[in-house]
Ligand binder design. Structure first.
Ligand SMILES: Cc1cc2nc3c(=O)[nH]c(=O)nc-3n(C[C@H](O)[C@H](O)[C@H](O)COP(=O)(O)OP(=O)(O)OC[C@H]3O[C@@H](n4cnc5c(N)ncnc54)[C@H](O)[C@@H]3O)c2cc1C
Length: 299
């Protein structure tokens, strides 16, 4: 990386706290003139393309201990905020518990960026490609508010983030996912993540979709979760589309109404590269084609 300078030509002051509490105190004291930084890959992109400004102080989170591990207990898979995306790609616990999340990490940027980029930075942005995959696992986010570690369903944390009611000094500390337990050994799992960008690889997303569901022996869908996001849009669960599949037996006839359900419920936006309508249609096509492929193998 080259030298980073503030707008008036000065280098930002870099502060390296050793605990969440110290980081939170520094952020609270400096206020809006400071930013947290983890891998710095998203911040740097914003500085370079002029969508973000250089802060006076950078609060570097990487010296904080115990935020860099992936652990699996009887109750949940725990992912620390400082876990690099490169580690997510190869971790066996992630492969076992949340393969769609692992696939999302595989689809982000290039190896050199993924070695620096963290899970926490991707989540804290509020629009990272990891988020739709986390939504289909009903992930829980643990954040630190200066006094307490608070656990909140990710979907609620995202609502707060997008409504602007999340305090700026709050820190993302950990993500938890409960492993899915199948009701019967005859049941199967469907876990999918797909990204469409402007090119085949190494490209920012236009649309991302994630799907998770259990499938019983009669090919009925259970515990259906569908989420979509992409670009700098709001990651969201597509509840109307989920209801269309829940408890229903798979047939190809189902796919046409599901396509409409996804297209109508996905709230997105136009940007210089793709219209809102194109993104809605793309989300519909991705969900339907991925489901068709997955169910064709099983039927
Ligand atoms: C070439 C390139 C390609 C990319 N492609 C993609 C892509 O396909 N998909 C994608 O999603 N992203 C992409 N990115 C963006 C970025 O690499 C990822 O989103 C990454 O995961 C961000 O993590 P980071 O640690 O670098 O975040 P940083 O840049 O350090 O921080 C990002 C934001 O999160 C805040 N923050 C960081 N950690 C915390 C924390 N623990 N608590 C609270 N706030 C925090 C920072 O203040 C900042 O606002 C790309 C970037 C580059 C350079």
């Amino acid at each position: 990386m080259g030298v980073i300078r503030e707008e008036d030509g000065r280098l930002p002051e870099v502060i390296q706290p050793h605990s969440l509490h110290e980081a939170w105190e520094r952020k609270t004291a400096f206020g809006d003139s400071s930013r947290y930084v983890a891998g710095g890959t998203l911040l740097r992109t914003g500085w370079e393309n002029g969508t973000d400004h250089m802060p006076k102080q950078l609060i570097d989170l990487r010296q904080i201990t115990n935020l860099g591990d992936i652990t699996l207990t009887e109750f949940h898979l725990s992912l620390g905020a400082l876990v690099p995306l490169s580690q997510c790609r190869s971790n066996e616990h992630l492969q076992a518990v949340a393969p769609a999340l692992q696939e999302a990490a595989r689809c982000i940027a290039a190896p050199s960026v993924r070695n620096l980029a963290t899970l926490g930075g991707n989540i804290a942005s509020g629009f990272g490609d990891i988020l739709p995959a986390l939504l289909v696992y009903d992930a829980e986010l643990i954040s630190f508010d200066g006094k307490f570690m608070t656990a909140l369903p990710l979907i609620e944390w995202l609502n707060n983030h997008w409504s602007g009611i999340k305090p700026a000094a709050d820190l993302v500390a950990e993500i938890r996912i409960s492993p899915t337990r199948l009701e019967s050994p005859l049941m199967d799992r469907l876990e999918i993540f797909r990204k469409v960008g402007r090119r085949e690889a190494f490209t920012p997303s236009l649309v991302t979709v994630a799907i998770s569901a259990s499938i019983d022996e009669e090919l009925r869908f259970r515990e259906v979760r569908i989420a979509a996001g992409g670009g700098s849009g709001r990651p969201q669960r597509l509840s109307r589309a989920e209801v269309m599949l829940e408890g229903v037996r798979y047939t190809e006839e189902l796919l046409a109404s599901l396509y409409e359900g996804v297209e109508n419920s996905f709230e997105t936006y136009s940007d210089p590269f793709a219209s809102e309508l194109y993104k809605k249609k793309t989300a519909g096509n991705l969900v339907v084609s991925e489901l068709w492929k997955a169910m064709n193998i099983r039927s």
